[in-house]
Design a binder for this molecule. Structure first.
Ligand SMILES: *Cc1c(COP(=O)(O)O)cnc(C)c1O
Length: 418
């Protein structure tokens, strides 16, 4: 074990971990492509793309080169009153990838904060128009939108620990996604009596990620759009997980042919290189903030807003989407995941196997010991990190066929041996 791990272990606090029982994390010294090199000499094939960020694999030479050049010229300047080319060019390019009308980009430094900004935009646009009392956001069970206090409140009530933190969290309605006759009726009835309190509807389009990798049909998104139009609500698509090719198209909204009013992006935005996020709003919402009244301005501004190296990494990542067949690679991964995970259905405790784009999910009845399972995957030479009751793969879109076979083979052998 490296000295820095032994000493530092007494001082770090890990994410989502019960520190009394958490096993020591694996010490990493280097990454490359879809490989993670451990301090003890072991090499793991990465099945997670580091929480879905490293869509081009680790250390892509083009991103490295652009970030290094930006570091040399200017790592960061404040975004209030000063401008730099990387951010302005990135905003222009992101707007070009959005549905018509979504053209205003607000940069932040994490996905949760991008969602906080989306909530602020939706609610303050009402206040700016003199509409009071429309400050609730309709969210859906199984959803995940971040870990800050504001975003916990619009997560699935269990995921967001709503009962534990009662009194701390703002209260927003969280109901079932309208996907079958009963939930559609409940959704319609809810809106009929509560729409006047709402500013917006938020969902992750097509795949609810951290809430359990739960899929829904594009028709659900069209239904949300129709409801938002009918009741005059803003529709927010949180594409922080689904964006940048993950579901088989550049963005998930494209598969439903539905344009929301706000889209949030982060995770793969910089190709897994640096923290950066964006909230992209419609021209109509933006215009609600134009006024002679200074109080009508959007009151938000992170210190590291539009960090120049982060924006350089994001521009380099978009270059790669333009010059390399990333979205087609997601399609190839989808076909391979379907073929190679199918036989997991027959394994003990497996209740579902599902694949969408470059997302492969094996759902178990229950995972009693996720840390132990993770250890067995490391023994098999792969980095797979189960959560809740799912074992999932979200590899880099550049992963080779052989590497992906190693991942699916490890899942079959580890779950088969349980
Ligand atoms: C990860 C995630 C977030 C939160 O992003 P952070 O950068 O971790 O704050 C929000 N929404 C979705 C859909 C996510 O997957």
């Amino acid at each position: 074990m490296p000295d820095w791990l032994k000493t530092g272990w007494r001082h770090v606090w890990l994410p989502y971990a019960q520190m009394q029982t958490a096993p020591l994390p694996a010490a990493v010294v280097r990454t490359l492509g879809s490989k993670i090199f451990l301090a003890d000499g072991k090499v793991l094939v990465d099945g997670t793309a580091s929480w879905w960020t490293a869509c081009h694999g680790y250390n892509h030479p083009h991103i490295k080169q652009e970030v290094a050049a930006q570091l040399e010229a200017m790592p960061h300047v404040m975004f209030g009153g000063l401008a730099h080319e990387q951010a302005y060019r990135l905003a222009t390019r992101l707007a070009g990838l959005m549905p018509p009308g979504l053209e205003r980009v607000f940069f932040t430094d994490s996905g949760s904060v991008a969602v906080e900004v989306a909530i602020k935009i939706a609610v303050q646009s009402r206040l700016n128009k003199g509409e009071r009392g429309r400050n609730k956001i309709l969210a859906f069970s199984g959803g995940y939108h971040g870990d800050t206090i504001g975003t916990m409140a619009i997560c699935d009530p269990d995921e967001g620990m709503h009962s534990l933190f009662t009194g701390l969290l703002p209260e927003h309605p969280v109901i079932a996604l309208p996907r079958d006759a009963a939930s559609i009726a409940a959704f319609d009835a809810f809106l009929e009596s509560n729409a006047h309190r709402l500013a917006a509807i938020i969902t992750e389009p097509l795949v609810q990620g951290a809430g359990g990798m739960i899929l829904h049909e594009p028709e659900v998104l069209r239904r949300l759009r129709r409801a938002a139009d009918r009741y005059g609500l803003s529709l927010i698509f949180d594409e922080i997980f689904t964006g940048f090719g993950r579901t088989g198209t550049m963005f998930a909204y494209q598969q439903a042919d539905v344009a929301p009013d706000i889209i949030t992006l982060s995770k793969a935005l910089t190709g897994g290189t640096l923290p950066l996020a964006a909230t992209i709003a419609s021209a109509a919402l933006f215009s609600d903030f134009l006024s002679d009244d200074p109080q009508h301005a959007l009151m938000h501004g992170p210190t590291f807003m539009a960090n120049a190296m982060g924006c350089a990494a994001a521009n380099a990542s978009l270059d790669l989407f333009e010059t390399e067949p990333r979205v087609a690679q997601a399609g190839r991964i989808e076909a391979q995941l379907m073929a190679e995970l199918a036989e997991c259905r027959a394994l003990p405790d497996v209740v579902d196997v599902r694949v969408k784009g470059a997302i492969g999910v094996v759902q178990l009845a229950k995972i009693a010991d996720p840390a132990g399972l993770r250890g067995r995957f490391i023994e098999q030479g792969v980095w797979v990190k189960p959560f809740g009751n799912v074992v999932y793969l979200t590899p880099a879109l550049t992963i080779s066929e052989d590497e992906l076979t190693q991942l699916t083979g490890a899942i079959r052998s580890v779950l088969g041996a349980v």
